[in-house]
Design a protein around this ligand. Structure first.
Ligand code: FE2
Ligand code: FE2
Length: 310
């Protein structure tokens, strides 16, 4: 890296600190503001919950689906932000005795992810107050993080950049002028997006920095790790789609025939794959950064793996 590159990088980290200070928000004062959830509202916008795919359900039932998915949204983010923060803390040690601007940017990143995990735990509990009992999310964030962090840093950073870019795509869906969408959930998207913009910039800087230390063979193995991580995410989504379909059938207020359940489960899975895999994988900026680092055949391996998740 040349001296000019270093100065440019430093100013990017400095800009992230500035933005982070400018947008900083408080869970109670800015996001929740004493509000509660109302089951008359959708919790996720149609562009994320893909309720059109639930072809056998009434509009009220589709609203219930969006509420279940909203609770799962909070739980999935609580889960992924555990390993993201652990990786940020690990990477910040590389900078600890160097450029203190970079250290500050990373510390703020970590602090924000801790706050976001608290926010998502609050959202999960608040949704639990207004929906029927019996909802399940059986993944332990620490156990998942331990498995993820066992993969190469390159793969974890690729997945992290993917996630932090798709939170921005999700925010864009939430600004849809849908009067049935919960204002409180809309604010969760808005405030999360405000801080995630800086995270995605930092992910990219750290991803490129780390990538430059790898040999071609190490990067090739890391591509396999990334594919394995995406498959592991899909495993979680498959299990949660089954759990949420079961919860829906048990609580929707009518008898759901056995032959209808697989269609409902498939629609939950299609929505979750869109939310947590394809909305990031198809994000143009993610594709741009990733393809700048990998060969055409590595890109084809990734695309072939993604194509199986439909
Ligand atoms: Fe976050
Ligand atoms: Fe983040």
């Amino acid at each position: 890296m040349t001296a000019i590159d270093k100065i440019t990088d430093n100013s990017r980290y400095a800009r992230c600190i500035e933005s982070s200070k400018r947008v900083r928000w408080d869970i109670d004062e800015d996001v929740i503001r004493g509000r509660r959830f109302d089951t008359g509202h959708k919790f996720l916008p149609d562009g994320l919950s893909l309720t059109d795919g639930f072809t056998t359900l009434s509009s009220g039932e589709k609203r219930f689906v969006s509420q279940i998915q909203g609770r799962t949204y909070a739980n999935i983010f609580g889960l992924v932000e555990r390993f993201i923060n652990a990786k940020v803390l690990e990477l910040s040690r590389d900078h600890a005795l160097g450029d203190q601007v970079v250290v500050e940017a990373m510390v703020r990143f970590s602090d924000e992810e801790l706050k976001h995990q608290t926010l998502f735990r609050r959202i999960d509990a608040m949704v639990g107050e207004v929906l029927p009992g019996g909802y399940r999310f059986d993944f332990d964030p620490d156990m998942v993080a331990r498995a993820v962090l066992g993969k190469s840093t390159w793969a974890v950073l690729a997945l992290t950049l993917d996630i932090e870019l798709f939170t921005q795509a999700h925010y864009r869906q939430s600004i849809d002028p849908d009067t049935e969408l919960s204002e409180l959930f809309r604010d969760v998207f808005l405030y999360h997006w405000k801080e995630e913009c800086q995270h995605a910039l930092l992910d990219e800087l750290e991803f490129l920095r780390h990538d430059s230390t790898l040999t071609a063979e190490e990067r090739d193995r890391a591509v396999d790790d990334f594919i394995e991580l995406v498959a592991a995410v899909d495993g979680i989504l498959q299990a949660q789609a089954a759990a949420d379909a079961g919860y829906f059938a048990a609580n929707c207020g009518r008898t759901v025939e056995a032959d209808e359940v697989p269609a409902i489960e498939a629609a939950f899975l299609a929505a979750y794959r869109w939310q947590y895999i394809h909305s990031g994988a198809r994000h143009p900026y993610f594709g741009k950064v990733l393809t700048s680092l990998i060969t055409e055949s590595q890109d084809q391996r990734i695309q072939a793996a993604l194509a199986t998740l439909h």
